[in-house]
Design a protein around this ligand. Structure first.
Ligand SMILES: [Zn+2]
Ligand SMILES: [Zn+2]
Length: 179
């Protein structure tokens, strides 16, 4: 995924989490986004809000770092790290928790197909009043979510789809600049 899209998506997730009372989660992402390389990419309308959420809990002790396996090579990585320094794949993040996805507990949004950690998505949906996907905002019934049987094929197909999208955008951009 490309940085700008990722920042936009994470911004949405932060606002959603914050509005759903998932303050610690919102705070963790917000701190991540306020780092130098991402801050300029946050949509202007949300910059102040993200900044505020990032500062809110700064006196809380850091939660202990936990690790989970890279879905592509099984190497243990910190939960929120999205690029594997063992196999160099970029790992998709879970739309419900922001952690990198794992093969053993993977599902996807039935509407937008974005990946999520099954248990995280279920508890996310159970804890909010409006049962909406944080990504596409369609209503999702957590009872209909299923663990993916072939997570790797799904992840690889998404990767190809992302690349194709990127290629298409690049072509459109080139066409524009030539005009
Ligand atoms: Zn890996
Ligand atoms: Zn969705």
């Amino acid at each position: 995924m490309f940085e700008k899209d990722m920042v936009k998506i994470l911004t949405t997730v932060i606002i959603e989490c914050s509005e759903s009372g998932l303050n610690n989660l919102a705070n963790q992402y917000a701190i991540e986004l306020m780092k130098e390389n991402y801050k300029p990419l946050i949509p202007d309308a949300y910059k102040m809000r993200v900044d505020k959420i990032a500062r809110k809990y700064k006196n809380d002790p850091d939660p202990p770092q936990s690790y989970s396996a890279c879905p592509f090579c099984n190497f243990d990585l910190p939960d929120y790290v999205l690029d594997c320094n063992n196999c160099h794949n970029v790992i998709p993040f879970c739309i419900a928790s922001g952690r990198h996805v794992i093969c053993s507990d993977l599902t996807k949004c039935p509407s937008c197909n974005f990946p999520a950690i099954f248990s995280e998505f279920v508890s996310y949906l159970m804890n909010i009043s409006e049962k909406k996907c944080p990504m596409c905002e369609d209503l999702v019934d957590h009872q209909l979510l299923e663990k993916l049987e072939d997570p790797l094929t799904y992840l690889k197909s998404r990767k190809i789809a992302n690349l194709e999208l990127h290629e298409r955008e690049k072509r459109i951009d080139t066409a524009r600049s030539e005009n």
